[in-house]
Design a protein around this ligand. Structure first.
Ligand code: PAF
Length: 279
């Protein structure tokens, strides 16, 4: 697997492959790769001739500078994982390479991007759209792969692709969980052993809420999750919303939606974790 640092080198490689009629899959990441990322890369390798994985901690999507500073950076381990998954190329640009001048573009997909993460992390999705569109413009992939753990991000990216008419198939891939159920996340690496144990209540609560929801109303289910997280040691709930899986808008009644998703954001110590479950 090759490591490439500039858009010019990336495009030189890509043009050879495209001339040969090869299909290109893109897996955008911020590094600190784990089995969840591996599942995206393996899927892309299975479905495309060439798989490009970008590894770039994108500053414009962080609204909290300390969160950006603490984001894990593990390029050697990342390269080993990508090699093992048989990715073709890792694109590892610098901040100046991706943002030679400040990106002043504004992306707005209300109401999809104004609720939940959009409400609690203002500007986050604008930064995500800035970098993902730059990657799409640099790579021109046939397909791009994103994890469903970032359920709202996937919806925002689909909205961007529709609005800007990118000829790219967006492939959403299922959440990958640790054996005990915790959703895999690069941020898990920042949890102390005690916090790691506390964090387990997040996925447990979501699984329990699915059973609970079968015989209770939406507001009772929200209350169930809020109470369970409040009772769990070391966790602080930022939000839990039961939303329509397509519009991301809160639902009042399960009958109002073809499928509902429970989305949660929780602080475990100072590490912010998100997860979701389909009902
Ligand atoms: O999901 C992520 O890791 C990031 O938001 C993404 C899509 C790579 C953009 O920086």
């Amino acid at each position: 697997m090759e490591l490439v640092y500039t858009i010019a080198d990336l495009q030189a490689r890509l043009s050879q492959w495209v001339k040969q009629g090869k299909t290109v899959g893109l897996v955008p990441t911020m590094g600190a790769l784990h089995e969840g990322h591996a599942s995206l890369v393996c899927r892309s390798v299975a479905e495309n001739d060439v798989t490009v994985v970008s590894v770039f901690v994108n500053p414009t999507q962080f609204n909290d500078p300390s969160d950006l500073a603490k984001y894990p950076r593990t390029l050697d381990a990342d390269s080993a994982l990508l090699e093992a998954c048989r990715a073709t190329l890792a694109f590892v640009p610098s901040v100046v390479e991706m943002y030679p001048t400040p990106d002043t573009r504004r992306f707005s997909y209300a109401p999809i991007d104004t609720v939940m993460e959009g409400k609690y992390r203002p500007g986050h999705f604008n930064g995500v759209c800035q970098i993902v569109s730059k990657l799409f413009d640099a790579v021109h992939p046939d397909r791009a792969y994103f994890g469903e753990k970032d359920f709202q991000q996937l919806a925002v990216i689909r909205a961007m692709v529709k609005q800007l008419d990118y000829p790219i198939e967006i492939v959403g891939c299922p959440i990958v969980r640790e054996v005990d159920g915790l959703a895999m996340s690069s941020r898990n690496a920042r949890l102390s052993p005690e916090e790691r144990e506390n964090a387990l209540r997040i996925s447990q609560t979501l699984f329990e809420s699915r059973t609970f929801a079968a015989s209770h109303t939406v507001s009772q289910t929200c209350r169930f999750v809020e109470d369970a997280v409040a009772a769990a040691p070391g966790l602080r709930l930022e939000y839990f919303e039961l939303v329509d899986g397509d519009t991301l808008q809160p639902i009042a009644n399960r009958r109002d939606t073809s499928y509902a998703v429970g989305c949660i954001a929780v602080f475990c110590g100072d590490v912010r974790l998100i997860d979701n479950i389909k009902y």
